[in-house]
Ligand binder design. Structure first.
Ligand code: COS
Length: 382
């Protein structure tokens, strides 16, 4: 649902205030502790952040894709770990249910996902199925009124806090590719389901990824999402949407870094003047601003297209590809403009440089986006 202009502005103003007054002062501490304080998570719940994309009848705000992207551009103005805390509830975790769930499944799970009482993760990736996601080996074998799940999922965001998982598993072991895969909503407390320790990562401390292990987990057949054998398509459509959400975060982080660079360049003096006066510094600021504007326009245009009901597989891949590469360039220039101060930890610039690296990898690497863009372009004949 698209918000009217006033309500949208109110939401964006509220988020900007929350980010600048509440989250930014905590960035260093969250990175140091590798933990977002519970009080902050509670404030995010109260603001409705866990339910941004969930239909109103289940307690969410039901934002349009464009409004969700605008909201994520605000959230990008702080450490991306904060966004990750509710990101799977808004995006890849919940959207299988929102798009393909039955009325009963939605009524059972969405209200607590929207309120943030329950965290939901997206479990597609496996040790041998990263970019080649149709190669999932986790089995879901029908046994009476259940499917029995066995296998390991890897690098699953928010798994340590999750109450629910959207899981893609092979329900037909005879079929090797995408068509043998089905999707399920799986409750964390089922016997045989365990979660590994959070991985130590390069960046985004405070956001966690873990293995999820299924050892003869009996999942009721009524928890299957969509038809048997359609799980890969569920995952791909969820990712089409997720890639726009990630693009928007990349834009927000870039805008934050550009603002930091402008402020620093105005204050830092070398050769007797502020470095903002040097055209080689200005060139870097100009390149970053141009990059960010282009990514913002591409992301919002693609989001509007999706809101109009048009397929956006190509556009979402192009936005994710461009925006994630763009924020990498912007973060690199930020380190350069800050110089030595960018390399040491105090200003947080090196932290953002590490934080943004994952954007080129998760929800489909840049190389996978290139494959999708090329295939879709050739399908469309140009
Ligand atoms: N929407 C709807 N259906 C889609 C789709 C999409 N975006 N993408 C693919 N499909 C369908 C195809 O139409 C095909 O259906 P049919 O067999 O009925 O024709 C089926 O899914 C298989 O598609 P395809 O043959 O393209 O599968 P591939 O194995 O070649 O894989 C890529 C396609 C590489 C694009 C896919 O595996 C991918 O996106 N990988 C990256 C996964 C990823 O993002 N991982 C991150 C994990 S989440 S953090």
């Amino acid at each position: 649902m698209a918000l009217d202009a006033d309500t949208r502005q109110q939401l964006l103003d509220t988020l900007r205030r929350f980010v600048s007054e509440r989250l930014r002062p905590l960035e260093a501490q969250v990175a140091e502790d590798d933990r977002i304080p519970d009080a902050v998570l509670d404030e995010m719940k109260a603001l409705g952040l866990f339910g941004l994309s969930i239909p109103v009848e289940y307690g969410g705000l039901d934002l349009s894709m464009e409004d969700e992207c605008l909201a994520m551009m605000e959230m990008g103005r702080t450490s991306p770990a904060f966004r990750s805390a509710f990101g799977t509830n808004v995006g890849i975790g919940s959207q299988g249910l929102v798009m393909f769930g039955t009325e009963d499944q939605k009524a059972r799970y969405l209200p607590k996902i929207a309120s943030g009482e329950h965290v939901i993760s997206f479990a597609l990736t496996e040790p041998e199925a990263g970019s080649d996601s149709a190669n999932v080996q986790t089995r879901a074998i029908r046994d009476g009124d259940c499917y029995v799940l066995n296998g390991t999922k890897r690098y699953i965001t928010n798994a340590n806090r999750a109450h629910l998982f959207t899981v893609m598993a092979r329900s037909d072991p005879e079929r090797k590719g995408a068509s043998g895969v089905s999707a399920f909503v799986v409750e964390r407390n089922l016997p045989g389901l365990s979660v590994g320790k959070p991985e130590k990562k390069m960046g985004q401390q405070g956001a966690h990824i873990c293995d999820v292990i299924f050892d003869n987990v009996r999942v009721p057949a009524e928890n299957r999402l969509g038809a048997e054998g359609e799980g890969f398509k569920v995952a791909m459509q969820v990712l089409d949407r997720g890639r726009l959400h990630i693009s928007a975060i990349c834009v927000g982080v870039a805008e934050r870094l550009i603002a930091d660079c402008v402020a620093y360049a105005a204050e830092r003096k070398q050769f007797g003047q502020a470095i903002a006066g040097f055209q080689l510094v200005q060139g870097m600021i100009a390149d970053s601003k141009t990059d960010a504007l282009a990514a913002r326009a591409l992301t919002l245009e693609s989001a509007r297209k999706r809101d109009q009901g048009e397929p956006v597989t190509l556009e979402a891949a192009a936005a994710k590809y461009f925006a994630s590469e763009m924020v990498g360039r912007v973060a690199d220039r930020a380190v350069q403009i800050f110089g030595g101060a960018g390399y040491v930890a105090d200003h947080g610039i090196e932290r953002f440089y590490r934080d943004v690296r994952i954007f080129r990898i998760y929800e489909g690497s840049s190389q996978i986006q290139q494959v999708v863009i090329a295939r879709e372009t050739m399908k469309r004949g140009g």
